[in-house]
Design a protein around this ligand. Structure first.
Ligand code: GLY
Ligand code: MN
Ligand code: MN
Length: 489
């Protein structure tokens, strides 16, 4: 692990006094800090259950799950810190995670013992608290004590310095989450190289661990479902704010940036941040699926597609898209496209229940998209023919999939096997998006001119229930009439 005791890249401009007199003076006259230990947070018991499941899947293996270090944006400036999703899922630590922490599940005769290693407070006898811009208390704030975190998360804790003993013990039966912390992964690899046979150097075990951690998140527990509801509710407020600011937004030459800023303000106020970069795509930008440059104007008469989600302090995020007529009313052709997409979304939602395959959701939406684009005369074949796997003409207007799992990551469960994801069978507790769209590129000669430059997506967050499904975002206006009424408020 990189030594974090020294500040980086500031020696040419540091004005920190280095005299012994100063060091002694600044280390003196500090009050004791009573540390009233908290009761465990609600998340703690759920994280313990998840750890028990992972333990049962990997008996006899030492499991190392780093939170990851801060990522450099440029020079000595980092991106906002975010702990690795698997680490957060198994600890319950979200936006208040201490960077560089590591969760270790040490195998025992009948399971594992979990220990959370993190950098404990440095104390006034070191110069870290005032002289280290990267981790010092005067610079970024105080770190919690080992006892505090142990009580808060219901987990045994140890100082990060003690993690070196775990690294020393690494052997062929040690698995690591590889994409969380490169230093730790390199050290685990190096150690396994010394102790393991060549077979275990393939990292197959690490891949299986990543897969299992991803698949564990396919079905959400009660804590996660409550967080998803809260994330969707917060996101609704962000959309309301954007609508409230539309006059200012349309008056600015980079109105899309104002949309992003308004939504971000709500995201920071209600949660941790946004769960992914906000897409504020006005006019023809709506035809660019991941338009995040957001530097265009928002012009009355056009549609604006806003794809945005608030991530809570627990890291659970919503992922919602609404497409709005900027001046408050859809034109006839805009409404036709919008309602076609809405029909596709409704048709997909209508089939969701335990026991169906995930891929059937997409198929239900595509039936409508093919039917509509055929009805409008855009396809060289019938809708039925277009739906044949070797034809798919309608996909010219919607090249993306209809659904993805959602949770602690916007594209959750990314390492799950295809047979459990796209080919998987729905179970109560799964949360995913339904997000059909129609995008007619401005230079697409296959459609009449009046359609060109129109992009519509409607994206909702769906919970599978025992008997069917619940649209968690149904309260955010969806139909063309509802959207117009929303804008008229
Ligand atoms: N916001 C990215 C997506 O909808 O998948
Ligand atoms: Mn999505
Ligand atoms: Mn989205």
């Amino acid at each position: 692990m990189a030594d974090k005791t020294a500040p980086r890249a500031t020696s040419n401009r540091s004005t920190t006094p280095v005299s012994e007199t100063f060091a002694q003076y600044i280390s003196s006259q500090w009050a004791d800090r009573p540390d009233a230990l908290p009761t465990p947070r609600d998340h703690a018991a759920f994280a313990a259950e998840r750890r028990a499941k992972v333990s049962a899947m990997h008996p006899g293996k030492r499991l190392i799950l780093p939170a990851g270090a801060a990522k450099v944006r440029s020079n000595d400036t980092d991106y906002a810190y975010r702990a690795h999703s698997a680490f957060s899922h198994l600890t319950g630590w979200g936006s208040d995670s201490v960077p560089g922490s590591v969760l270790v599940l040490e195998p025992t005769a009948d399971g594992h013992v979990a220990t959370l290693y993190f950098r404990e407070p440095a104390g006034r006898d070191s110069d870290e608290f005032y002289a280290n811009p990267e981790i010092g208390e005067f610079w970024i704030g105080a770190r919690p004590s080992l006892a505090h975190v142990a009580a808060d998360l219901g987990l045994a804790t140890a100082g990060l310095a003690d993690f070196s003993a775990v690294l020393d013990a690494v052997d062929a039966d040690t698995l690591v989450v590889r994409d969380a912390d490169r230093d730790i992964t390199d050290q685990v690899d190096g150690r396994r190289l010394l102790t393991a046979d060549s077979e275990s150097l393939e990292n197959d075990g690490d891949t299986e661990l990543a897969r299992d951690l991803s698949e564990l998140r396919l079905v959400k527990d009660a804590f996660e479902i409550a967080e998803m509801r809260a994330a969707v509710d917060a996101t609704r407020l962000g959309f309301d704010d954007v609508i409230g600011d539309l006059a200012e937004i349309t008056a600015h030459s980079r109105g899309e940036r104002l949309v992003e800023g308004t939504f971000n303000r709500r995201a920071r106020a209600e949660g941790n941040t946004v769960g992914y970069d906000t897409i504020a795509a006005s006019g023809p930008h709506a035809c660019i699926l991941h338009w995040t440059r957001n530097d265009g104007p928002v012009v009355p008469g056009d549609l604006i597609l806003i794809d945005a989600g608030i991530e809570l302090d627990s890291y659970y995020t919503a992922d919602i898209t609404r497409t709005l007529p900027v001046n408050g009313a859809f034109t006839e052709v805009q409404r036709r496209v919008y309602e076609a997409v809405r029909e596709a979304a409704d048709a997909a939602f209508a089939i969701v229940k335990p026991g169906i395959k995930f891929r059937e959701i997409h198929a239900a939406a595509m039936k409508v998209i093919a039917a509509k684009t055929a009805e409008w005369g855009f396809l060289p074949v019938s809708a039925e023919e277009s739906l044949e796997p070797d034809q798919q003409y309608h996909r010219r207007y919607m090249v993306h999939g209809t659904s993805h799992h959602l949770g602690i990551d916007v594209h959750d469960c990314a390492a799950a096997r295809r047979e459990l994801y796209l080919e998987g069978v729905l179970e109560p507790g799964m949360v995913f998006t339904i997000e059909p769209g129609l995008y007619f590129q401005p230079d697409d000669l296959s459609v009449p001119e009046e359609y060109r430059g129109i992009g519509v997506r409607i994206e909702d967050n769906i919970l599978v229930t025992e008997s069917g499904a619940e649209n968690l975002s149904a309260g955010i206006p969806r139909t063309a009439d509802e959207v117009e009424a929303w804008l008229a408020l």
